[in-house]
Design a protein around this ligand. Structure first.
Ligand code: C2O
Ligand code: CU
Length: 558
């Protein structure tokens, strides 16, 4: 796995000049030519929906002037309802795949990324058999195809998909590979929630572009091939702090330890997004698709946010919050009622300042952000809403949403002693239960029984001896293969002050697959492993942490 801080420190300045001397993407990007199939279709599987999905470089116009090189999923419908495959409007992100619960889906995924970029698609939030789930051990090489075939068993909810290769997830997702996978079911359909133009996907990301409009990831341009000499060091991304970093190359791979923070907020792949809205109700389906940035969402006019759903389900009933915390990987389903506003009104969805990320007596954890990026917890505007026209459609907020099959804590087989998952720092790496990621079975793993109900307790330990911000960080923990309930949170007394600035923004109702755990916090989860046996992963969804090994496997035994 990747090299330690020492080698990063020594090499970082040399790497910068090397990268900038070979940074023209078009002259160096080699595409694969042959196409072999790593997983072949099953002739007995009859899909309701079949899609070809290709990950490949693409040149797009994001800002005025020079076009930007991104990596993007190109999709085409082979079979099924044309409404099942939609574009994110005017964006290189996407596509949006829309299915009904119970439908059978085939996706022919082709990796057409440059040499060195193995990839695999993870369907974040979907409950799938192990070989459909995009575990990094299934990553395919450029030129290969992986055929997914699965039935959608999830409840209604907005899931998403993104690459999941070992150590390369951060740079591939950052380059533009992210789509939405929206499931509906009869219960949701009966609610007649805002749809069509009134159901708006919002993918929140933070990005840094250089003077020639190219995406910079930890100081390196997207489309710059990995230099093989760096591969053993964990790839260029994890070791170069970058020439845009004012805080100094001497920090080596510190930014991969803290996570990437970009300078500008992008919504659906673009900066300065404005939603031109009518005087009526909208459904905003928000994904935090950032690599590491956490948001504290609030309306600029002081109205509370009304929420109808979270990661993996609708809520039982709507809830309101003055602000909502949203960490990487998490989703929110927002009921946005603009019917009382006058035409001409301007409104913003902001991210408020929070300090809960501060470690004990140290710098705020965003102190190492690259270039001019606002630090984590800084206040910023995410997007604007402009009330542009009158429409009279008046929808009522339903007071009951979903009849959720909620579990009871006392039914867990380990209710008295939850399974501990400790987050801590080892050397310069974040680890779970004291060990870095191993691809398959070498790591002593969590083993659970099919159909059992378990409590897990995520314990975000402090690291008193660590340098600077590394004493404590928020980690969004994501479990593959299951949707869980969050049943309790506790924090160490010495971190209670910072925690106060975030704690009222948790949306722990409903079913989730990603949960933010603040420094010094312990969060208990409750879940049932009732669908598939097999080897699944769970990890931090700060993608730089994930890539550096903050990931483990768990096995569901039949
Ligand atoms: Cu969205 Cu394993 O990740
Ligand atoms: Cu983390």
């Amino acid at each position: 796995r990747g090299g330690g801080i020492a080698s990063g420190l020594i090499l970082s300045s040399g790497i910068h000049s090397l990268l900038s001397s070979c940074s023209s993407p078009s002259s160096t990007t080699k595409l694969p030519e042959n196409n072999t199939v790593a997983r072949t279709p099953n002739p007995k599987f009859t899909p309701d929906l079949e899609i070809n999905l290709k990950a490949a470089p693409k040149t797009v116009q994001i800002l005025a002037g020079q076009p930007t090189q991104v990596w993007s999923y190109a999709a085409e419908l082979v079979k099924g309802d044309p409404n099942s495959l939609q574009a994110v409007p005017d964006s290189y992100l996407g596509p949006i795949i829309r299915v009904r619960q119970g439908q059978r889906v085939r996706v022919n995924f082709q990796n057409n990324l440059p040499q060195g970029q193995s990839s695999i698609v993870h369907w974040h939030g979907l409950i799938l058999p192990e070989d459909m789930d995009g575990h990094p051990r299934f990553a395919i090489q450029p030129g290969q195809t992986y055929v997914y075939e699965f039935e959608v068993v999830n409840r209604a909810g907005m899931n998403w998909f993104h690459p999941h290769p070992d150590m390369l997830t951060g740079q591939q997702a950052y380059a533009g590979l992210a789509g939405l996978f929206i499931v509906t079911d009869p219960e949701e359909a009966a609610l007649k929630l805002p749809a069509g133009a009134y159901e708006v996907p919002i993918v929140l990301q933070d990005r840094t572009l250089d003077a020639s409009n190219q995406l910079l990831y930890l100081g390196s341009k997207i489309g710059t091939p990995r230099n093989d000499g760096m591969e053993g060091m964990g790839g260029m991304g994890s070791m170069s702090q970058g020439n845009s970093n004012q805080s100094g190359g001497s920090m080596g791979n510190m930014s991969s330890m803290m996570g990437f923070l970009g300078e500008k907020i992008f919504i659906n792949g673009k900066p300065d997004f404005t939603l031109a809205a009518a005087t009526r109700v909208y459904r905003l389906r928000i994904l935090n698709g950032s690599n590491a940035r956490i948001y504290k969402l609030a309306w600029s006019n002081g109205d509370p946010l009304t929420l109808i759903g979270t990661d993996g389900s609708l809520l039982s009933q709507p809830v309101t919050r003055k602000y909502v915390m949203l960490a990487p990987g998490e989703r929110l389903d927002v009921w946005a009622d603009f019917s009382k506003l006058k035409v001409g009104t301007q409104l913003a969805l902001n991210s408020l300042a929070f300090s809960g990320a501060e470690n004990v007596g140290g710098n705020s954890m965003g102190g190492m952000s690259s270039g001019n990026a606002p630090e984590l917890g800084a206040a910023m505007t995410l997007f604007n809403v402009k009330i542009a026209r009158t429409e009279t459609e008046t929808l009522q907020l339903p007071n009951k949403l979903a009849a959720l099959p909620l579990l009871r804590p006392e039914d867990a087989t380990n209710a008295a002693q939850p399974r501990p998952v400790e987050l801590s720092l080892q050397g310069m790496k974040w680890v779970m239960n004291g060990q870095p990621f191993e691809m398959t079975t070498a790591t002593p793993q969590e083993t659970v029984k099919l159909n059992s109900i378990e409590q897990w307790e995520i314990i975000n330990k402090l690291n008193p001896g660590a340098m600077m911000d590394a004493k404590g960080m928020a980690h969004p923990i994501h479990l593959h293969g299951v949707q869980f309930q969050v049943i309790s949170r506790q924090v160490l007394p010495e971190l209670a002050a910072g925690w106060q600035t975030v704690k009222d923004g948790y949306v722990d109702e409903g079913f989730k697959d990603t949960v933010m755990v603040m420094p010094g916090e312990r969060v208990k989860l409750l879940m049932k492993f009732d669908k598939y046996s097999g080897l699944f992963t769970y990890h931090c969804h700060n993608l730089e942490h994930e890539d550096a090994g903050m990931m483990r496997n768990y096995r569901v035994n039949a």
